[in-house]
Design a protein around this ligand. Sequence first.
Ligand code: ADP
Ligand code: MG
Length: 227
Amino acid sequence: TEEMVHRQDKLAAVGQLAAGVAHEIRNPLTSMKGYAEFLQLDESSPERREYFDIILDEIERVNSIVEEFLVLAKPQTVDLEERNIIPIIQNVLSLVEFEAKKKKVKLELESKESFIKVSCDENRLKQVFLNFLKNGIEAMPDGGTMTVTVEIKDRAVHVAFKDTGVGIPVEKLKKLGEPFFTTKKNGNGLGLMVSFRIIESHRGKVFIESRLNEGTTFSILLPAETG
Ligand code: ADP
Ligand code: MG
């Protein structure tokens, strides 16, 4: 039956995901083991410092994979509470201020209103905003502008993250959100997958618009709270 096919698809997807996780964690483990063994044999090696840096980077990578997956491991029901979305966005913007400054990226928040009520799980929504902001900043290696726009249209709250970065080629657009899809040297390719999941659990939607060498906009639509 159709339902069984669906279920098998899901099981296959879980298997693929598990294989992906194992692979992504085994690589850094293998390299850490190698460097640790070397350091154990030659404690006064001049490369000592460099190898410790690599090991710490790899630990950080494994840690980030585990953290992203914890979100998926938690039950899918989210704790929705009524919140003003504006200070939530301001708070997340302040978290990336330093990173943006370093990369010569200007941060802008555009909103006519100072109070827009949404029903949300604040911490998870922050995680989504942080992912989109970080991706935007990372897409502008030579600096640029990251604009966050918030507005209410057709009974939905629209939050758009617009960067003036490298853009996304058409053939890569459909890969966004696939686990471990990354084009970055130090990326883990989990941020979008987790973000899309979180927005889904808020009964929201994500739209992506991109032009090569001009920039990308990720727009989130959340049901507006009336009253
Ligand atoms: P990561 O950031 O670790 O690579 P993500 O899931 O956050 O993983 O993003 C996956 C990929 O999507 C990125 O590697 C990049 O190729 C692409 N991407 C996401 N956001 C943007 C953006 N704003 N501009 C250009 N490419 C992007
Ligand atoms: Mg990312």
